[in-house]
Each structure stands twice: as C-alpha cells, then as structure tokens.
Design a protein around this ligand. Structure first.
Ligand code: 5RP
Length: 216
C-alpha cells in the first residue's frame, strides 16, 4: 500500500533533518510538514541554534527542548527548512497556506541553503491562485481597491492577523507569469509580502512520492 500524504510529509521531513549538522544555525518553517521535521531534528541531539517562523513552530520546538532564539540574535542562518503549497517544475513556490509567508520568506532569505519539503500533492505543472498576501492594516480598503483594479480579484482570509499585525488575504486572479506577478505584487503599496518564492531562493526541494524521495 502507498504511504499516505502524512507519511510522505514525514519521509520528506526526516530526509531534510539529516541535512542539519552540529553547530548550525537553523530556520524552522511552519505547517503540517514541518510538524514532522521538528521531532526528526530534535531526536538527533545536535547542538544547534534555531529561529522559528511562527508561534506554533516556536511552541512545538520548545516542547521538544529545542532552543529558539530571537531572530535578531542570528543575522545569518546555515539552513532553513520549510514546507510549500505548490512547487512548479522551475521551482517557483507558493507558500502561505498557514499565513506565515512573510516571516518564512525573511528566514529563507537569511539562510545559506533553503530546503523545501513536500508530499507528492505539492508539485504542479504551473503555479495557480490562490497566492497568499499579507497586507498592511493601515489603508487596507485602499490597498484592496488598488490590487483589484490593477491585478485581479483579492479576497480577505478569515484568519487572525499575523504576529506582525498584517492582514492575510489571497490573490485569486490569473498567474500567467509568476515572476511578473511577484514584481507587481511587491511594487504595490500596502502589500507587506506575497507567497511567491522565486527559484533563486531555493537550494533543494525534497519531495516524497510514496516511499521514494525525489530531489529537485
Ligand atoms: C505556511 C506555509 C506552509 O509551509 C505551507 O502552507 C505548507 O503547509 P503544509 O506543510 O501544512 O502542507 O507556507 O505559511
């Protein structure tokens, strides 16, 4: 019998945990795949310093006895490991299903190697909406109006604000070219960040398909 998605998440997470070495400074992502990563790292008993991309990850890590530091204490990270909602053949990612994409992108950008872990439902032929957004609360209606008139439909997500007080929304329009959309979203005043992560940011994607591990 083929492993379930949950087993695939665990397999990918365990493979990524093996990339963590003693003395490393490690960025920890967010989500149901990362939930499997933390125990896999913790049980190796390494001396590492970690930053977390969400309160949920921070709480789980602390429960496992993993030291979590203020990000300001660690300017650079050796490695960051995180899940994804979509990964294209070119390695564009869509992240933010858990609304943590802004912090996740900051942590990924600070890492020498950003490793993505995924079950077999995450690879896609082409990136499609929804693309998660974090918006400034200040001027929200004006930002929504600008996005809708210049880019396409945007819907507020019924979730709490981010830990940085950002409002979470989703872009629902066409994604003809992820690079162009990423530039246009980033250039829109009021957009804190979006969930499109460029291929240049990604060192490796570890995908579990059944019992097999595939590396992009
Ligand atoms: C959270 C994220 C997650 O990494 C992404 O949503 C994948 O989540 P999961 O591992 O639960 O499928 O970007 O903001």
């Amino acid at each position: 019998m083929d492993p379930s998605p949950e087993t695939e998440k665990q397999l990918a997470a365990v493979a990524a945990a093996e990339l963590v070495e003693d003395g490393m400074e490690v960025g920890l992502g967010t989500g149901s795949t990362v939930v499997h990563l933390l125990p896999a790292i913790a049980e190796r008993g390494l001396e590492i310093r970690c930053v977390a991309t969400s309160v949920a990850t921070e709480n789980q890590a602390r429960d496992l006895g993993m030291p979590i530091e203020d990000f300001d204490e660690l300017k650079r990270l050796d490695i960051a490991i995180d899940g994804t909602d979509q990964v294209s053949p070119e390695r564009w990612l869509v992240k933010g299903g858990g609304a943590a994409h802004t912090r996740e992108k900051i942590v990924a950008a600070a890492a020498d190697r950003f490793i993505v872990i995924a079950d077999s439902s995450k690879p896609v032929d082409r990136i499609v909406a929804p693309i998660p957004l974090e918006l400034h609360a200040f001027g929200l209606e004006s930002t929504l109006e600008r996005l809708r008139s210049e880019l396409g439909e945007v819907e507020l997500r019924r979730v709490p604000r981010s830990p940085d007080n950002g409002v979470i929304a989703d872009y629902l329009g066409e994604v003809a070219d992820p690079a162009e959309l990423a530039v246009r979203l980033s250039a829109t005043p009021g957009v804190v960040d979006h969930g499109l992560f460029p291929p240049a940011m990604v060192a490796e994607v570890i995908i579990a398909r059944g019992a097999e591990i595939e590396r992009l």
